[in-house]
Design a protein around this ligand. Structure first.
Ligand SMILES: NC(=O)c1ccc[n+]([C@@H]2O[C@H](COP(=O)([O-])OP(=O)(O)OC[C@H]3O[C@@H](n4cnc5c(N)ncnc54)[C@H](O)[C@@H]3O)[C@@H](O)[C@H]2O)c1
Length: 439
């Protein structure tokens, strides 16, 4: 009873925080425009599960005018879903045709990770604003190119790390940044394990209606395999980073928001389960330790359904989330839940004058608000990059099999092992799918 009177029942958030948000929101109500002239033209590149979901959210603020996918069936499904009032969106296989269109103002990029950067750079060069899925990049070097393109062309860019627009995560980060746990000591990031499957048949024939070379893009040329082409792209190093950058892109972003630093200064990591030869190449399970300045340690590890965490880590049986531990207690947060070592940690209001983090309670609305104001959205391109870097560092350390020192400002490895590790900041891009593809 006592707890219920202090929390907003539906969200499990303390009432003081919700009331504060409501008061602030009253000054900044965002209403989707209904005037046809003020609704921007939207285009989706990559019409799979996530991209289509993103576009459905974006369509509240603009008009869908074009769709692009390298798979005909993904395109035809999206055409059905996004045809409105008999206005059928134009369809394309090559995204560069979309970038040439004058009626397209905004690109939603829902392609697999290995395509994110080139499409985002091409869109920036064409002066289109972008809502681009996480993780921002496939490599650390790509992030530098994406940031440059966004800034030189003055486009608005939102990274699809939507936990930045979730009140629960913002509250957790605000409490921690204001010292509610005392000195922050350890951040434990738990992500669901990846898949360990294979070997897969190597003599598969690409289905009609799929442009396999364009799907592969910058990644090495290999024969078609349905286990690569579907949304299991995330379990191959060639296209993604497995569990490290899948859920990791979200929770490492929140960890970094709470820590309040650009990046770690050291990293070590190991895969704890080997992949099956001829199957998915990313690790199923891993454990990594990152060190930040000020002696903060971040552990990132996979969990499985049978992980022995008990109630303290995940009271709702969910397999992912973040636990922050400081000198004065701990706080656990994930998409469904928040708990702490003592109730006062989140029940006691923050004092007036406490540090406030940027407020967004709807990631897509925040993007469109910024499209109008030309300000940076809550998951700016720099934030997207730096949080993706955490995952890429873990992967490089895992592959190098040693502890590495990192300079988060210069974005290079230093000290022992740096000579071997630094070449992995970049990957060779298969021609013609390098930066000149979108010039
Ligand atoms: N923010 C989130 O919570 C969240 C959740 C799931 C996925 N994602 C991200 O969204 C992205 C897509 O994931 P998904 O699960 O929707 O994958 P998916 O395979 O369902 O969709 C990707 C689509 O992109 C298409 N595609 C590939 N190359 C293309 C190209 N060059 N041009 C145009 N289309 C191309 C594919 O054919 C496919 O239809 C990934 O980067 C993933 O990490 C984010």
């Amino acid at each position: 009873m006592r707890r219920a009177s202090f929390t907003a029942a539906a969200a499990g958030l303390p009432l003081w925080f919700v009331e504060h948000d409501i008061a602030r929101a009253a000054d900044q109500v965002i209403t989707p425009s209904t005037s046809p002239n003020s609704r921007p033209g939207l285009a989706l590149i990559g019409c799979g599960g996530q991209g289509s979901g993103d576009l459905a959210g974006a369509a509240k603020f603009g008009n869908v005018v074009a769709l692009c996918d390298v798979k005909e069936n993904a395109l035809s499904g999206a055409v059905k879903r996004f045809t409105k009032d008999d206005k059928v969106p134009a369809t394309f296989t090559d995204f560069r045709k979309i970038l040439e269109r004058k009626d397209v103002d905004i690109i939603v990029n829902g392609t697999p990770d290995h395509w994110h950067s080139l499409i985002n750079i091409g869109a920036a060069r064409a002066k289109k604003d972008v809502y681009g899925e996480k993780p921002l990049t496939l490599t650390i070097d790509e992030g530098k190119h994406v940031i440059r393109a966004v800034r030189e062309n003055k486009i608005v860019f939102q990274t699809g790390t939507q936990q930045r627009s979730d009140r629960r995560f913002r509250l957790a980060c605000e409490l921690i940044r204001n010292g509610r746990l005392g000195k922050l000591q350890t951040v434990e990031v738990f992500v669901p394990a990846g898949l360990r499957e294979g070997p897969f048949a190597t003599d598969q024939v690409a289905p009609a209606g799929l442009n396999w070379d364009l799907w592969l893009g910058q990644a090495p040329k290999v024969g078609y395999m349905k286990e690569r082409a579907g949304n299991s792209f995330r379990w191959w190093w060639d296209y993604a980073g497995g569990p490290v950058t899948d859920w990791g892109a979200h929770h490492n972003d929140i960890a970094r928001w709470a820590i309040g630093q650009d990046g770690p200064i050291a990293v070590e990591a190991k895969a704890t389960v080997d992949p099956i030869a001829g199957g998915f190449t990313t690790c199923k399970e891993f454990e990594a330790t990152l060190t930040y300045a000020n002696d903060i340690r971040q552990i990132v590890k996979t969990t499985t359904a049978d992980s022995p965490f008990g109630g303290i880590i995940d009271p709702k049986g969910q397999r992912n989330g973040i636990r922050f531990t400081g000198t004065d207690g701990w706080l656990w947060v994930n998409r469904g839940d928040m708990s702490a070592s003592k109730e006062e940690i989140f029940m006691t209001p923050l004092p007036a004058g406490a540090l406030k983090l940027e407020e967004s309670n709807n990631h897509m609305a925040n993007f469109f608000d910024c499209v109008r104001s030309r300000k940076d959205p809550v998951a700016s391109v720099e934030n997207g990059h730096r949080s993706a870097v955490v995952g890429h560092l873990i992967i490089i350390a895992m592959q190098q099999g040693r502890k590495l020192q990192w300079d988060p400002v210069k974005e290079i490895f230093t000290g022992d092992g740096a000579k071997e590790a630094n070449p992995h900041l970049v990957r060779e891009m298969r021609k013609p799918y390098d930066y000149s593809f979108v010039s």
